[in-house]
Design a protein around this ligand. Sequence first.
Ligand SMILES: [Fe+2]
Ligand SMILES: [Fe+2]
Length: 186
Amino acid sequence: MATDVITLITSDHRTVESLFQRLKKQEGDPSATVAELHALLIAHARAEEDRVYPGIDAHHSVEEHKEAEILLDALVRAQPGTPEFRKTLDKLIKSVTRHVEEEESRILPALAKSVGEKGLVELGKAFKERRAEELKALGVPKQAAPVGSREGVTKAELYEKAKKADIPGRSHMGKKELADALRHAK
Ligand SMILES: [Fe+2]
Ligand SMILES: [Fe+2]
């Protein structure tokens, strides 16, 4: 069954929050988590801007995406464990949390009101396609960041498990390979 755009967007938001928590608690490989966060946030923002925001007044939201992207780039460049990394992460979390709150409390309800249930499902399909396209352009295989991966595990989590299971070559593996290797190791 096709999923409506609000479910898809909020599911991404929850995944982003769980990645923030991992980074804050210093769980797993921070570089892998940052890479995953970067790809997800960029693909999510592009899909919103191109497929969801047109038609609603979301100029301010686009500005907030730009701010988040600048902080994301800085986080990618920062060395995990340094004060610089910590400071940039705090700023990014603050900025994205505020943006997500506004999207969920104001933008998405207004969208639901203007396009209706059927419209939300159509937008869901368009959002999903645009997001997959962007992930592909960023070099992330489709399976690596499925829409609605809240119930699924993140690549960073799989990497952590692979580390515990001492799976050789794990640092060069994608999400699917890690999952496969773990399955075979059991
Ligand atoms: Fe969003
Ligand atoms: Fe957004």
